[in-house]
Design a protein around this ligand. Structure first.
Ligand SMILES: N[C@@H](CCC(=O)N[C@@H](CS)C(=O)NCC(=O)O)C(=O)O
Length: 200
């Protein structure tokens, strides 16, 4: 199994983290993002969107971090991380969509601007970040995990860019339930760090 990766990408980190939690060995291919390797003709054959992460496994080429989490959960995680019953699957999937929409256009976009200088409407991204962070805080007050009362790929998909929100100028200081959720994730066996997310 091969993961096309960038260390500073929260979307790539989702996959590295989940592969570690699943205790799966794989080959890491570091993409030279600054040189635009992800837009090269060879790379566009793997992903016409010119984005990472990409997973290659047994001839299958998959783009999109949420789709890759689904694939790994169903291939290696049994019913634990993404159950097959309609209600359970949908309850996890609604958070995968949140990761790809509200979180991507909120805290992830604010960080893209503040950390990497991408042209983003910072004020709009920070407002969206505050809004989704408040929603998640309220959701987590009575619950330990985002869905089903246990760790699932809902948590893995949403965690990186929520935890990295301060790098986009959005503080998490006012959100105790989110901080406790992050601490719970960091205690999962085989948790790994990325720059900006430490284990303690
Ligand atoms: N929906 C995709 C988004 C992936 C994405 O935006 N990746 C960034 C790195 S974190 C990228 O490759 N950006 C290149 C670009 O937008 O041109 C996912 O969840 O994997």
């Amino acid at each position: 199994m091969k993961l096309y990766d960038l260390e500073l990408s929260g979307n790539c980190y989702k996959i590295r983290l989940f592969l570690s939690l699943l205790d799966i060995n794989y080959e890491l291919v570091t993409v030279d993002f600054m040189a635009g390797q992800h837009k090269s003709p060879e790379f566009l054959q793997l992903n016409p969107l010119g984005e990472i992460p990409i997973l290659e496994d047994d001839g299958l080429v998959l783009r999109d971090s949420q789709a890759i989490l689904v694939y790994l959960a169903k291939k290696h995680g049994g019913e634990t991380w993404l159950p097959s019953d309609p209600a359970g699957m949908a309850q996890v999937t609604q958070w995968l969509s949140t990761a790809a929409n509200e979180i991507a256009r909120g805290p992830a976009d604010a960080r893209r601007n503040q950390k990497f200088g991408f042209a983003v409407n910072l004020e709009a991204a920070q407002q969206k970040a505050e809004s989704i962070i408040k929603t998640i805080e309220q959701h987590l007050i009575p619950y330990k995990w985002l869905a089903l009362g246990r760790p699932t790929i809902a948590d893995i998909a949403c965690f990186p860019y929520i935890a990295l929100a301060p790098e986009g100028g959005v503080s998490l200081d006012k959100y105790p339930a989110i901080n406790q959720w992050c601490d719970r994730l960091k205690k999962l066996p085989n948790f790994i760090e990325m720059p900006g997310i430490t284990a303690n």
